[in-house]
Ligand binder design. Structure first.
Ligand SMILES: O=C(O)CCC(=O)C(=O)O
Length: 288
């Protein structure tokens, strides 16, 4: 098989054309897809009218799947491998817990010691306009830094927090952020990560980083803000306009992303995500 790819932007991403991800695929055929994934950071498969089971099955080709113990509130009750990203109200009419998922720049599960290798997001419903997602190429962001800045950040670890959303837990009354903090204590991750498969260095930063280990928030903030601003310059970014039945897989080790929330919130936006477990990284910080 020779993959037909169409590049999505200057910075990253490719659309894989003419593939039905629900069809059986040989190791060799999947190998081509995986090599394209490593080369382009994100791959888009359009027009995939698949079931939840098929989404999970295709995702397993990329590796072992997370059962989302770190985000128990957002997983599907019958399919723990699926994380709901939806603004569809709960059966009792209360707002969805995951309606603001991903509204800041982040790399999935960076707040755990097994940050995600990849994520596969399936678009089930999207408003007529908006609901886009931005992705940034963190290899490019790292490469573009000065030698002085590369030296400065070489040994730094950023402390990543999980829950930054202020959504009340309606059952317990404990704010969701507090609940998340209890399940997921803060984890320090290297600011520069070597991609375990490509061997390339990538910036590993985002808006879940509160401070650098060994430094105060006040000292850390200007550099965190600078690095996030730098990494999200337009030349490093791709903007995904979702269509129903899009399946998009991204490499969390060399990209970060943000859901924009640029849509009418009375319109349904429903996405479902699988998360592929990555290699262990980071350490828990007691006083995060
Ligand atoms: O809903 C989106 O566009 C992105 C969701 C997200 O950030 C995530 O699942 O990590």
């Amino acid at each position: 098989m020779s993959l037909k790819l169409r590049r999505l932007s200057y910075a990253l991403g490719a659309e894989v054309c003419g593939i039905d991800v629900s069809r059986p695929m040989t190791e060799a055929a999947f190998g081509e897809i995986y090599r394209a994934f490593l080369a382009h950071g994100i791959l888009l498969f359009r027009d995939q009218a698949i079931t939840r089971e098929q989404h999970i099955e295709f995702s397993r080709r990329f590796g072992e799947l997370d059962r989302h113990d770190a985000l128990p509130r957002d997983r599907h009750p019958d399919h723990p491998e699926l994380l709901m990203v939806t603004n569809e109200p709960k059966p009792d009419g209360s707002p969805s817990d995951s309606r603001y998922t991903g509204r800041q720049w982040h790399s999935d599960m960076s707040f755990t010691m097994e940050p995600a290798l990849g994520s596969l997001l399936r678009c089930i419903a999207v408003p007529e306009v908006g609901g886009d997602t931005l992705f940034a190429n963190m290899y490019m962001a790292y490469d573009a830094l000065s030698e002085g800045m590369k030296k400065l950040i070489a040994g730094l670890h950023g402390i990543h927090l999980s829950g930054t959303r202020k959504i009340a837990n309606t059952e317990t009354g404990i704010p969701r952020a507090e609940e998340q903090k209890r399940i997921n204590p803060p984890v320090a991750q290297p600011v520069v990560r070597v991609h375990p498969e490509t061997g390339r260095k990538a910036l590993y930063i985002g808006e879940k980083v509160r401070r650098f280990d060994g430094m105060t928030e006040e000292e850390s903030k200007p550099l965190i803000d600078y690095l996030v601003r730098h990494a999200t310059r337009p030349e490093f970014v791709y903007r995904q306009h979702w269509r129903k039945n899009d399946v998009l897989v991204w490499d969390n080790r060399c990209t970060m992303h943000q859901a924009l929330g640029d849509f009418d919130e009375t319109r349904l936006r429903h996405m479902e995500r699988t998360t592929v477990l990555g290699t262990p990284s980071g350490y828990v910080v007691a006083n995060g």
